[in-house]
Design a protein around this ligand. Sequence first.
Ligand code: F6R
Length: 609
Amino acid sequence: MCGIAGYIGQRNAVEVAVDQLRRLEYRGYDSAGVAVQVGSEIEIVKKAGTIRFLTEELASNPKDGRCAIGHSRWATHGGPTDANAHPHFDQDQHIALIHNGIIENYAELKDEMIARGHTFRSQTDSEVAAYVIGDEYRHGGTLLDAVRRAVRRFRGAYALVVVSDSEPETIVAARNASPLIIGFGEGENLLASDIPALLPYTRSVMALEEGHLAEITRDTVKIIDGDGHHVPLAPQHIDWDIAAAERGGYDHFMLKEIHEQPEVIRACLAGRIDGKGGVRLEGVFSDNVWNEIDRVNIIACGTAYHAGLMGKHLFEKLLRLPTDVYYSSEFRYGDPVLSPRSLAIFVSQSGETADTLAALRLCKSRRIRTLGIVNVVGSSIARECDRTIATQAGPEISVASTKAYTAQVIVLSLLALHIAQVQETPGLRVADWLSELQLLPGHAAKVLEVEESVKALAEQLKDMPLCFFLGRGADAYVGYEGALKLKEIAYIPTQESPAGEMKHGPLALIQAGVVSLFGATDPATTDKVVSNIKEVQARSGTVLAVTSDTTGAIKKAADLVIEFAPTKFDFLNALLSVIPMQLLAYYVAKLNGCSIDQPRNLAKSVTVE
Ligand code: F6R
């Protein structure tokens, strides 16, 4: 999810690369750098922090060349430091590399390199990729040959861009699952991870396909597939304005981020499932700690709190590990009772939420073990927790959180499976769970296909005065998140609760025009949910069911239905049901003319109490 820039032509290539990086700033980043070919050498300038730090460095140490690559980093492996910033040299300092994505088998490759006497300057997986390419380059052939051989050794997602000091004015790129776009100019060519970085220079672009590689000079672009066969060039003309291009052609960042969820699940799992059906969560506590923990407290706000509820469901169901979920603001002032053997988990997209940070500091002052599940790697919560797991969802721009929620739930699931693996939880099939998780990006992509029918439903429901979100078990928890989306961006009042609670009061609010959205993905409670549906309909309420039920019972009972195909695990079906709810909130808000990416009264990062 980092930014990639590359330029080769008659202009000052460093200036162009930095300008390209600035145009990718909306994606968020924590460090930036450039590599430029100067005579027969490659020079690298890189700095942690905003692009201002990089430009200040370049102002005092100007570089000029016709071929440069640039990178703005969103930390995944290794914190946001100068050393971890890209570009990275290979072991001989002849090749410079920038990389987006995650090389899943980097640990094995790094061990192999270390065993051969190489030392590393950073903690990144990307530097390992540079060394592997360097290794292949020594065996002869062009840089393109070396990259083609090297990528066969990589597992994971990557967009790689490299330059070598012995092939002047040549940029080589390779892509697998991370975007890379080539821009075609007159006497100049460019590369970027995203179209907005190309638009000031050219509107003729071509996306590199999965598994393809490119060799770019100022006058030529050559594309080959993984077997070395030539791929014909097929540039497209882009007529979006720059703002639309930043949103990837979507009308809003929220919609873009909803659509990114299959990719986000993949990124979140990347490198965390080993080849032997086990979980590999780097940097978490050692096994004896997991055997000692007697209780988990999950502490978070808003959407992250809702992800925490899903964590509770799984920890208790799979592990029989008592788990409480607290709003950070309540926890910190609530004088919580904390067992010295407990673990406090802090879930936060931004890593800067003031109440969550204060709750973390409270736990630390009580010497409770702390674990962060955080999207922004260099953030305060990520730094201050004893251990942190990155959600790897990439920057989330829309104020309403969507993809971060999904990634948080995936990390909590991986954590539950990791604990199960350590504790050898009887009857729990970790390998089955992991193989189903690996299929989840495909399932999520299928669920996104309901978009057109959700759009039609939004048209029908856009004036609803009140919307209930109901369900049982994990469906109730997902309903809380669906309700938050609808109220925060579409300003529709919502009432969310477990379906069984309706008759203890909230049912009084049901009348004609009121909509009740039922999450119905758990076969164990289908009958009960059908009864709850009838209770609503008997009071003239309209029922919309979001369901993966295959018996037809829910479809028969509900007035309106959004269906999707189930996975093997009910919990994952409940998680997937959030996607239609996010889409419904989005389209209702859009039809009602609401400000979607920046809803009224709200901010992306709540750094005040
Ligand atoms: C809702 C939303 C908020 C955040 C909450 C916590 O869409 O985004 O409810 O989830 O403010 O923020 P983080 O996760 O940054 O701690």
